[in-house]
Each structure stands twice: as structure tokens, then as C-alpha cells.
Design a protein around this ligand. Structure first.
Ligand code: SF4
Length: 177
């Protein structure tokens, strides 16, 4: 059973399509306390929630505790994207995903973060492996979601569904990059 950490609709659609085509049952977990301001958070969440509902996919709504996220990246505010702030950001989101997976009997986790070409696959894989370390029954699936034509499908599904497509990664420190 797969618990898929999901950051937004544009990054999730092609992955959900691929999972469906490959008969992989999935539950979505929206846990992204990095997103600022709150209006942006609600907009991204609402878009994905609507899409999941239309597809009949279970959607778990994580807490939005931006202060906790700010604590986790304190001192790294000026780091560039793909720098050490992003690694801490991934670790927080994926550890919480692994924790939830363990509690609810999911045997593996993955993340839609890995579909974005702006992010470091190495950082995501490292954060994912770190996240599952305390949970021997949960495995991190480090699939490269940019291969198998998924990047092209991402672009097509974004247009077809007219998704809201954000112009920055998520946190306030990425807004002017
Ligand atoms: S730029 Fe994106 S990945 Fe990096 S810390 Fe901000 S929200 Fe997280």
C-alpha cells in the first residue's frame, strides 16, 4: 500500500495516471507546511483535493503549521534553491509522511516532489531514506517520476485540466528567486 506525499495538482496528475495504469493503489497525503502565504497554501490544496475527489482517490489533509516549518529551516533562510534549506524542508515533510504511513499500515511512501525538474533528485532520495529509517515496515520508493514519458504527460495534463500553476516553489524565501 502506497502513501503518496503530494505537493500540488500539476506535480501529481501524471504520477496518479501512471499509478492507475500500473494498478498501484494509492492514498494522497497533502502535507506542505512550507507553503506561504496561507492563501497560496489553500489554493494549492484545494486544487489537488478537487482533482483527487474527481478521480475517487483517498486524500489525507495534513496540518498546516508554518511556524514549525520555519523552526526547521531557521538559519538557512538565505540558502539558494536546491541548497540545505530544501533538504531540511524535504526531511520534515517526508518524515511526517513516513510516520503517518507507519501508523496507518502503509508499506511504502513516495513523493510528487520528485517530478519537478527544479528539485534535486539526490536530495529527495536522501530525505526519503532518512525519513523511513525509524520505521522498518515502511520503505521509500525512490522512483524517478521524470522518466517513462511522465514529464510530457505532466505538461499535457496541466493544460488539459487547466490547473493553477504556481510560479514559485512554495516558501516565502523562494518567492523572489
Ligand atoms: S524553495 Fe521549495 S523546497 Fe526549498 S525550502 Fe522553499 S519550499 Fe522547500
Amino acid at each position: 500500500m502506497l502513501l503518496l506525499h503530494a505537493c500540488c495538482a500539476p506535480c501529481s496528475a501524471a504520477i496518479l495516471e501512471w499509478l492507475h495504469a500500473n494498478c498501484v493503489p494509492v492514498t494522497l497525503f497533502f502535507f506542505n507546511p512550507n507553503i506561504a502565504p496561507p492563501e497560496e497554501y489553500e489554493r494549492r490544496k484545494g486544487e489537488l483535493k478537487r482533482y483527487a475527489h474527481a478521480l475517487g482517490i483517498d486524500f489525507i489533509d495534513g496540518d498546516y503549521d508554518h511556524e514549525r516549518w520555519l523552526d526547521a529551516v531557521r538559519g538557512l533562510e538565505n540558502q539558494p534553491e536546491r541548497g540545505s534549506r530544501c533538504l531540511e524542508c524535504f526531511k520534515l515533510r517526508l518524515r511526517t509522511t513516513a510516520q503517518l504511513a507507519d501508523t496507518h499500515g502503509f508499506t511504502q511512501i513516495a513523493t510528487t516532489l520528485a517530478s519537478s525538474r527544479w528539485k534535486s533528485l539526490e536530495q529527495i532520495a536522501a530525505a526519503g531514506q532518512w525519513a523511513v529509517e525509524p520505521f522498518p515496515n515502511v520503505r521509500f520508493w525512490a522512483k524517478n517520476w521524470r522518466k517513462d514519458g511522465l514529464s510530457e504527460r505532466r505538461r499535457i495534463l496541466l493544460q488539459e485540466n487547466n490547473f493553477y500553476n504556481q510560479t514559485y516553489c512554495g516558501c516565502e524565501f523562494s518567492q523572489n528567486l
